[in-house]
Unconditional design. Sequence first.
Length: 332
Amino acid sequence: MTAGDEGDERVVASKRKAWTYEPAKAPPLADFAAGGNRRKAFLRYWIFENIDNAVDLFFYFSFMLLPASVCSDLGGWLGRLLAPRFHKAAYARAAANLKTIRPELTDIELQRLLDAYADSQGRQMAEYSVAPRLARRHVRMIGTEGLVERCSQGPVIFIAPHISNWEVLWHCLLDMGLDVTMNYDPPKRRSRHYIVNRLRKGAGLGILKPGRSFVRPALRILENGGNLLMFCDEGFNGRIRAPFLGRPVHLEGNYALIARMARKTNALIYPIYIVREEGARFALTALKPFMLPEKFGVEEHLVQDVAQLNVVIEPVVRLHPEQWYFVDNRLQ
């Protein structure tokens, strides 16, 4: 797949729909008194969901007491144990998508990747408890020479896929002394929202709301020479929206947003990604940064810009599909 092929022949030129993030509101006591579905929603929010929240928080704080490698190994074991048994639909989708991404796989090779997928998902969840320690002691750097200096010369948009543990990735950037801001679409479960917020804000990562509220603050950061981190791969409503993986180019995802902001602010695009080498050991790779080629008529060339970004991100996902967070979303 090349940018030219995607841009010339297979294009779905729909634009991203603007939306405004609104956090879910807690049902008031009056809903309990009202009975019916309102009472059920009240009980679900205040009673049943809080059981899951309590379990999440118990494991999160308990795992903090463990050595980082032990925490990661325990998460991997839980992932391999639970995914095939209690997440059968996601496991089946992951199997189908792995076979689509790697059609040459034998049954034995596919099963090996499925085991690695379950292991990666479990490790990533457990590693929220120890992400700062992993970033500082368990990451090998590749191609990061001069990265900080390039960031001092003007606005930068780091682009990355959700491979292995992206919480370790941004922590590495902060540990280099960079100020970094990213947008954040909160998970539905309140405990996980608390955990992610606690980790990111506590480390000093800048956080912007998703949707319409993100654009203006993000542009101001770039106009002031700052750094954004944006993840280009997307699972939206349970469906894989990016990378394209042989499907037509479209303008509904973060690719198009990144291209527009980069052109508007003359920002440098810096691709980075992190992979799990073995257990709790990672390698963070910085690819060659680039500017979008000078063109007139931004909207007319947006399809080519999006295809160019996909050509950077998609090979990373294809190379490490078992570590890709969205591999168990629906592809078709």
